[in-house]
Design a protein around this ligand. Structure first.
Ligand SMILES: *Cc1c(COP(=O)(O)O)cnc(C)c1O
Length: 461
């Protein structure tokens, strides 16, 4: 074939599988001349097919470089717009640890300047570990969300006494009462009376105080931060603007009685283009709109521009991991339905629980045979014996090479970096996948695939 037309053909496949596209967070992904999935990190390159042949499947592969790039980019973009627009508050990024507490996710984020947001005593315990191992300097700030158990509060005190800035966010009246004794900065969480279009449209929100309650409370000892967290995977930029305006109005009122209040923490919820089909807002457009809105509204309210905090977890963590399965076999969906079930050597209910819990949609590509033209529509079945262990792309389908054309076929689920690992379970006592780290041109085994002994132990055997 003429070299030019070979390149064109390759571009066609790359586009078809949505690789090499910044808008879809796949800029590091590409296809090798042999039709295999590769990941490029600067001038390093990882061939995913070679990796799974060596390490087996199911396997999760983490890319700390993606975390680093996203955190750096996020902080730089906020600071750039703050400067361009003449915003007078400061910006701080707090990585929401609950998105992924894996060491290989948290440390790269911290290295790039992330502060932290923890949701439990055990997450804060990991922060203590990091301090004890001299993993970070004492300038880092830690926001503490979630119900404050006694264990949680004593850890807060302990770390504060070690010189760390630990800011508990008060969520209810009992915490407000107990925090009277706390000698340090605190925040309060407001449950804004507002709904936005998101993947998490809950009718009732049980976190934080209502706006009326906060106004009635008036003064809060040590208050520096007003916090809200609306939802996850917020679908439109307007879903950030509306709550921000509302929170700023409340902030202005609370500021009258709390002169130390100087920070607005707008929580998580920044979305990522999981589906890679239609246009999704970019981080840049979102950040520019947030800073613009904060400036305009603060000026309208005649208040000093508050410092801004975001606690975006998914935004940073989601694209930094892929999950690889082997296709074990195929079955007909039904006599009338021409789709095939592709049975994977892992489980959605165990490894990618959101598939089942919130009908998460995933971008799936083959790991080998990527430049095959003959494809068929498939649904995926997990290898637990549960009929809910499946992925049907919301009743649609995924196009993949035909098994009869392949010696063996592996598939990669993209964007599995957030929430799935902490939710993972052992239905039918299946083993959790191996975890690999790809960085600086090397592959390291972070956690080996569980053996039968490992799994048995979890259940007292
Ligand atoms: C879960 C959570 C986050 C992170 O949410 P993402 O949607 O993953 O960005 C941030 N802040 C709070 C309080 C949370 O509960």
């Amino acid at each position: 074939m003429h070299p030019k037309s070979a390149a064109k053909k390759k571009n066609g496949f790359r586009k078809f599988w949505r690789l090499g596209m910044e808008d879809f967070n796949t800029q590091m992904f590409d296809i090798s001349p042999d039709g295999e999935l590769i990941v490029k990190e600067g001038n390093f390159q990882y061939n995913i097919y070679d990796i799974v042949k060596k390490y087996g499947s199911p396997t999760e592969i983490m890319f700390p470089t993606i975390i680093e790039n996203r955190v750096r980019d996020l902080i730089e973009t906020f600071n750039a717009y703050i400067k361009i627009l003449g915003y007078r508050g400061k910006f701080a990024y707090h990585y929401a640890m609950k998105a992924n507490q894996t060491k290989e996710f948290v440390l790269p984020a911290v290295a790039e300047g992330a502060n932290l947001d923890v949701a439990s005593a055990n997450e804060l315990f990991l922060v203590k570990r990091m301090i004890e191992q001299d993993k970070f300097n004492a300038k880092i700030r830690v926001i503490c969300n979630g119900p404050k158990t006694d264990k949680y509060m004593s850890l807060v005190e302990e770390l504060k006494n070690k010189g760390l800035v630990v800011i508990p966010i008060i969520e209810d009246f009992s915490e407000l009462e107990r925090m009277q004794k706390f000698k340090g900065e605190v925040g309060v969480r407001v449950n804004l009376d507002i709904k936005v279009q998101s993947h998490w449209d809950k009718k009732f929100n049980r976190f934080g105080f209502t706006e009326e309650e906060l106004i009635k409370i008036g003064r809060v000892k040590g208050l520096s931060t007003l916090h809200y967290h609306i939802s996850k995977q917020i679908e439109t930029i307007d879903g950030f603007v509306k709550p921000l305006k509302r929170a700023l109005a409340l902030y202005a009122k609370m500021k009258e009685k709390n002169s130390g209040l100087d920070t607005l923490d707008i929580g998580g919820g920044a979305g990522v283009p999981f589906e890679k089909k239609k246009h999704f807002y970019t981080g840049k457009s979102l950040i520019s709109k947030i800073v613009r809105t904060a400036k305009r509204e603060s000026d309208k309210l005649s208040i000093r521009h508050p410092n801004l905090i975001v606690e975006w977890g998914s935004y940073v963590a989601v694209p930094a991991q892929i999950t690889i399965y082997k296709i074990l076999t195929e079955k007909n969906v039904s006599a009338k339905n021409h789709k095939k079930w592709y049975v994977i050597d892992g489980s959605f209910m165990n490894d990618l629980l959101d598939t089942w819990a919130i009908h998460q949609k995933w971008h799936v590509v083959p790991v080998n045979y990527m430049n095959t033209k003959r494809l068929q529509p498939v649904w995926f079945a997990g290898s637990s014996c549960d009929s809910d262990d499946k992925y049907t792309a919301g009743g649609e389908y995924t196009m993949l090479p035909r098994l009869e054309d392949c010696e063996e076929l592996y598939v990669a689920f993209f964007d599995t970096g957030a929430y799935q690992d902490a939710l993972a379970s052992h239905h039918c006592l299946l083993s959790s996948p191996a975890k690999l780290v790809a960085q600086n041109g090397e592959i390291k085994m972070a956690r080996r695939r569980e053996t039968s002994e490992d799994v048995g132990k979890l259940f007292g055997w």
